[in-house]
Ligand binder design. Structure first.
Ligand code: LLP
Length: 412
């Protein structure tokens, strides 16, 4: 079974690079997120190289994983950041990023967030509302900064092949501006003296099933941009998919790069990948608490739940589950669940797994993106620790300690 270069079995024990996961668990306990810096940086370089013919700028989408060590490593590798809140801008700046390497996006930016972004002089604001332009223009004047560089986000009215919760580019979605509104704005830039309309943005969804919808959307964006010489940058958004199943094929990036190389007409290209950089660099390790057999069903109850990894409950997402210690045993159909008081707290349904028993450990794979980032304290569960395996793969450290009961009350 091919997992990836960083996460694999050696002598039937699951490792992250050179580290036996069990040795981390022995010190840190469970549930714990573990990230391979090596895999993270390989992913970044792979995408960077694929888009090298376009000299594209990569802005890591902080929403996928805001861990400061992850952000720092990506910053050192040369990445910029895509932020969707004042909080994310704060994290990106704290990682050492320069404001000129930050784009600020989001369908509902508050005036305070816009002020924070402009005061820090972020590189780009991706705009999704007409009234937002008035806010940006007046706040830029107030702060005497500017002109603020804006990319208008087009809603290309294209349906992407992905989970409905992850599609953002269709006409019924709340995201972006319609083409006619964009034309209207670009035809009267004098209404916004403090804005430089230099870019066009799109993001049609996440975990995109193929690149056809992306190209269809790009066709529309490029056709629109052609009419306006001031548009010099195209921001493709994120959405590059990852394999959540070990045997899942993922479309190569080459087609998209080639497509754009032929059509971008000198525009610079910007990308906002999140998942494709961090998802398969991370896993969530959990302990088996109980095994319950009932009417033909085997329930395996973990100490990890939808509070730590909500993707299965929210999107029916598939995360492979691997025992830390591999043995040649016949698999049994297993319902892998968490301890949270919700029927939706299921991490895997009808999964073929070797027989598990209390005290065993399992890894929920490909959990580096939208895992810890979406974790909550539901059921008053302290959020898990985050561990980083350093780039040379020989040592690890706790990047964020496990929350304590006291942490649950810290703000009250
Ligand atoms: N740019 C924009 C404007 C976005 O809305 C997103 C993701 C990205 C970039 C990064 O997309 P990525 O490269 O990671 O696909 N919680 C969901 C994913 C939500 C994505 C939201 N927007 C999940 O766990 O699958």
């Amino acid at each position: 079974m091919v997992i990836n270069d960083s996460i694999r079995y050696v002598n039937n024990r699951l490792r992250v690079d050179g580290i036996d996961i069990k040795s981390i668990v022995a010190e840190v306990g469970t549930p714990t997120y573990i990230y391979s810096l090596k895999r993270l940086l390989n992913n970044y370089q792979r995408i960077k190289s694929a888009f090298a013919p376009l000299q594209a700028r990569l802005h890591f989408s902080v929403k996928a994983n805001g861990n400061l060590d992850i952000l720092r490593a990506l910053k050192r590798a040369g990445a910029g950041f895509d932020c969707v809140s004042g909080g994310e801008i704060y994290l990106a700046l704290k990682s050492g990023a320069a404001a000129r390497d930050i784009v600020f996006a989001g369908v509902g930016k508050t005036r305070e967030e816009i002020r924070y972004a402009l005061a820090n002089r972020v590189a780009w604001i991706n705009v999704e509302n007409i009234d937002e332009l008035d806010h940006i223009d007046s706040i830029a004047a107030e702060l005497a900064v500017g002109p603020a560089r804006v990319a208008l986000r087009l809603n290309p009215e294209v349906s992407a092949r992905t989970h409905p919760h992850l599609a953002t580019g269709h006409g019924a979605a709340k995201f972006g501006l319609t083409a006619d509104v964009i034309v209207e704005v670009l035809n009267q830039p004098e209404r916004y003296p403090r804005i430089d309309f230099a870019g066009m943005h799109m993001h049609i969804g996440s975990q995109l099933g193929d690149d056809e919808a992306t190209m269809a959307a790009l066709d529309k964006l490029l056709a629109l941009a052609r009419g306006f010489a001031q548009i010099k940058t195209i921001n493709l958004g994120g959405g590059l998919p990852v394999a959540y199943r070990f045997d899942e094929p993922v479309a190569p990036l080459g087609n998209l790069v080639e497509y754009l190389a032929l059509r971008r007409r000198g525009c610079s290209v910007l990308l906002e990948p999140g998942r494709s950089i961090v998802a398969d660099a991370g896993l969530l390790v959990a302990a088996v608490l109980y095994v319950k057999r009932r009417a033909g069903a085997v329930f395996c109850i973990l100490d990890a739940s939808m509070a730590e990894l909500i993707r299965p409950a929210l999107y029916d997402a598939h995360h492979e589950i691997l025992p830390l210690r591999r043995a040649e045993e016949e698999t049994v159909t297993t319902q892998v669940v968490g301890p949270v008081c919700e029927s939706a707290d299921v991490l895997a349904r009808d999964r073929q797994l070797p027989p598990l028993k209390p005290g065993d450990y399992v890894a929920l794979m490909t959990a580096g993106a939208y895992g810890m980032a979406m974790a909550s304290n539901y059921n008053a569960r302290p959020r898990p620790a985050e561990v980083i395996v350093v780039e040379d793969g020989t040592s690890w450290r706790v990047s964020r300690r496990r929350e304590t009961y006291e942490d649950l009350l810290r703000l009250q």
